[in-house]
Ligand binder design. Structure first.
Ligand SMILES: [Zn+2]
Length: 374
């Protein structure tokens, strides 16, 4: 058996796999993590939704009385960005307590902590509810890996879920949902000198934009997440200035809060934009929310308390996670977002993570597994 890595050196090893998405290429990183898990006694399955886009599902233990605890993280990282890095993004340089690299905070440190906590229990899970580890491809830019995974039988069941995204080890009880779509408008082309012969699709889109800007969700603010939001992020239309455009499209990003129904929201939006709007929904993920007084969440808060330095408050993450897709398979599982990375470092130039927090995270995950399987 190879020498056992510590939390920092394992994070470093994961960093060295270039999983920048696009294009992703998580396969080598996934196989590396899967091989470790297999060596430690886990049953490992791989799933590729496309060439080299590999997710890992590993499990140990299991009992008919109670479903396993799921720990999940993504293997891909975002591109380096336009600004030059002062540290090597892939070698794992350190400075004081900081470990630098693309994906340190978001979220290879979290994956390393999940792996090491899992290693500690590998030979203690027989006959217990056990754990299931889900390491996904293609989380960045749409949670595509987890979406595909939720359609397989590989996920099985889980009784609760920990998402190791960056929270500085502060337990967060969910995040908003997301509804993203393109609204397309059609017109009739004509020469720019004779606009009366055509129908201008950009004008149609512009009228819809006005309705979106003043759109009223009619939903009351969530006590923790606040209000839903709407942003128009893209607009496209027309080919040349001297023609009447026969097509235009706008890209809309809506973030929803618990209690909102996406299907009826879409209906309301379509009515507001006009029946001519053709909606192409490309992301539809429900909000993730577990009440802070839920029994298991109360245990998580108790276990995190010494690391946070106070009794944790009910807070939610500003970003989306794979949980929204995984909950399609693990419906009803209480879910916490909890990981060693710094949320503010995600997607930044010279991204780093606190090495002390990675070590703490291993201890927190171990305590949570121990609490689940006892
Ligand atoms: Zn992430």
């Amino acid at each position: 058996m190879a020498a056992l890595p510590d939390a920092v050196s394992l994070t470093r090893s994961l960093l060295q796999f270039d999983t920048v998405n696009p294009p992703g290429r998580e396969r080598d990183c996934a196989r590396y993590a899967g091989a470790l898990l297999q060596e430690w006694g886990y049953k490992v399955d791989y799933h590729e939704y496309a060439d080299s886009r590999t997710s890992v599902v590993a499990r140990a233990g299991g009992s008919p009385a109670k479903a396993p605890l799921c720990l999940t993280g993504h293997l891909d990282v975002v591109p380096l960005g336009a600004r030059a890095w002062t540290k090597d993004p892939f070698s794992g340089e350190s400075d004081g307590d900081r470990l630098y690299g693309r994906g340190t905070s978001d979220m290879k440190a979290g994956v390393a902590a999940i792996l090491l906590a899992a290693r500690g229990f590998a030979d203690k899970l027989a006959g217990t509810p056990g754990v299931v580890l889900v390491l996904t491809a293609a989380e960045e830019g749409g949670c595509i890996g987890s979406r595909h995974l939720a359609q397989t039988q590989l996920l099985g069941k889980a009784g609760a879920m920990i998402v190791g995204e960056p929270t500085s080890n502060y337990p967060l009880v969910g995040h908003k949902g997301s509804l993203k779509f393109h609204a397309r408008f059609r017109g009739v082309s004509a020469h720019g000198s004779m606009p009366e012969l055509g129908v201008n699709a950009i004008y149609k889109a512009a009228r819809a934009l006005g309705k979106l800007e003043s759109f009223d969700f009619g939903a009351s603010a969530h006590p923790v997440m606040g209000k839903p939001t709407l942003n128009v992020g893209t607009i496209e239309g027309g080919n040349t200035v001297n023609a009447v455009p026969d097509a235009a499209s706008i890209g809309v990003d809506i973030r929803t809060v618990p209690g909102m129904d996406h299907a009826s929201l879409l209906k309301k939006l379509k009515t507001a934009m006009g029946e001519e709007a053709e909606l192409d929904v490309f992301s539809d993920l429900k909000p993730v929310w577990t009440a802070p007084d839920q029994e298991w969440i109360a245990r998580v808060f108790e276990i995190c308390k010494p690391y946070v330095g106070e009794a944790p408050q009910a807070r939610t993450a500003p970003y989306m996670t794979d949980a929204a897709n995984l909950l399609k398979a693990y419906a009803g599982a209480p879910t916490v977002v909890l990981g060693p990375g710094e949320a503010a470092m995600a997607h930044q130039t010279d991204e780093y993570c606190s090495m002390e927090r990675i070590r703490q995270s291993v201890a927190i995950y171990e305590a949570l597994i121990s609490d689940w399987v006892r």
